[in-house]
Every structure is written in structure tokens, then in C-alpha cells.
Design a protein around this ligand. Structure first.
Ligand code: DX5
Ligand code: ZN
Length: 213
């Protein structure tokens, strides 16, 4: 069964604690999108908000760093409560060092790939990565349409993994009750969903649908 990570990007930020409460018992992780207005056009939140979220939830925090020079901020986000942190390969010229830094901080290390970035770029570092985040939209905004080639990309990560069950494969962007079937079939381990979960009357029900049970 897949794990479900609701993305708080589509939650009501003025009522974050209540929004988290609506999925707390049903979700596996909370996905937190950090955007800097440089790597992506949008600006979201920093470590202070992550710290506030940490105090409100028992769920592991899956922090998605859509920022330039993520190395500068990893320690702060870890201290704020991140349990797993993904960096974009497009922002990391010294990816091996960055992954090592995340591990030194005691968090799980993920590598995120924009739609146009091939998974094969990870071939020499694959064994050091805890999870690969396949973007199924160009990052920056919630509510965009699913990029269909992401399913094939998930299959390619799975093929690289062979008979191992690591790195985990996470998908993010445009996930709803239709597209989740496609990525589940491709072998994804973690699905992220923002608008589909939080723009619903009953977010918890949506989490259940995504899990397929
Ligand atoms: C987009 C973010 C996603 C976003 C997904 O750049 O990384 O996590 O919240 O939103 P939906 O599920 O609405 O596509
Ligand atoms: Zn994300």
C-alpha cells in the first residue's frame, strides 16, 4: 500500500493547526513545500512555520526544498523538525555532499527531479539516497495538471532499484483519484497531494481514496 503525504501548500494557512488535525490520523507524512522565489517563482514558508507545524503534529515532516543553495538552510529546517528533506538535483552541484549533510543531521535524504531532469543523473549516487521525488508538475504551484510521463519515470527508478526496496519513490503534483491509479500501478511508494486533499470538504476521506483502501 502506498503512503500518503498531504501537501500543506493547499491548506488554509490561517488555520494550519485545524487543517493538520483533519488528516493527522489518516496520513503517513506531512509534506511541506519550501519555495524561495528564485528556484521557483513562488514564495512559501521558512523554518519558523515548520517549527510551528512540528508542534501541532506527530506525523513525520517531509520537507521539499524548492530553493537555491539548499545546503545553507538544511540545518535550520532539521532543527525546526524536518524528518526527511528532499533537495532538487537542479540546485545541487555537489549533490553527494548535500546528501551527506542531510544524513549527518540525522534526517532521511531525498532527491527531487523536475519533469525534464532524467533519473539517470542519479546513477552514481543512487545507493546513498533514501527517496527519489519524481515531480509530476513543474514545481512552484499547487493545482496543476499531472504530467503523464511521470509514470514511465517512476518505472525507470524502479528498474534502477532492481530487487531492493530503497530508495523509496515519491511522486508530487497533480495527484487525484484518477492519476493516483497510474502512479500506484507504476510502483510508487509515497504520493503527495495538495489541492485534491485540502480543497475537499472531507480531506481525511481523500487520503483514504489515495491510499486505495
Ligand atoms: C508543487 C509542490 C507540491 C504541491 C502539489 O510545486 O511541490 O507539493 O503542493 O499540489 P497539487 O497536489 O495540488 O498538485
Ligand atoms: Zn512538494
Amino acid at each position: 500500500m502506498v503512503q500518503v503525504a498531504p501537501s500543506l501548500l493547499s491548506a488554509n494557512f490561517a488555520r494550519l493547526a485545524e487543517e493538520i488535525q483533519r488528516v493527522e490520523a489518516l496520513a503517513d507524512l506531512l509534506h511541506v513545500d519550501i519555495m524561495d522565489g528564485h528556484f521557483v517563482p513562488n514564495i512559501t514558508m521558512g523554518p519558523m512555520i515548520v517549527e510551528a507545524i512540528r508542534k501541532t503534529s506527530e506525523l513525520p515532516l517531509d520537507v521539499h526544498m524548492m530553493v537555491e543553495e539548499p545546503d545553507r538552510y538544511l540545518s535550520e529546517f532539521r532543527q525546526a523538525g524536518a524528518d526527511m528533506m528532499s533537495v532538487h538535483v537542479e540546485t545541487c552541484p555537489h549533490l553527494e555532499r548535500t546528501i551527506d549533510q542531510i544524513h549527518q543531521l540525522g534526517a532521511l535524504a531525498g532527491v527531487a527531479l523536475n519533469p525534464a531532469t532524467p533519473v539517470e543523473l542519479l546513477v552514481d549516487i543512487f545507493d546513498e539516497v533514501d527517496y527519489v521525488l519524481v515531480m509530476s508538475v513543474n514545481p512552484g504551484f499547487g493545482g496543476q495538471a499531472f504530467w503523464p510521463r511521470a509514470a514511465e519515470k517512476i518505472r525507470r527508478v524502479k528498474a534502477m532499484r532492481g530487487d531492493r526496496d530503497r530508495p523509496l519513490i515519491e511522486v508530487d503534483g497533480g495527484i487525484n483519484e484518477t492519476t493516483v491509479r497510474v502512479v500506484r500501478e507504476a510502483g510508487v511508494d509515497i504520493v503527495v497531494a495538495g489541492s485534491y486533499v485540502f480543497q475537499a470538504a472531507d480531506p481525511g476521506e481523500r487520503v483514504k481514496i489515495l491510499r486505495g483502501g
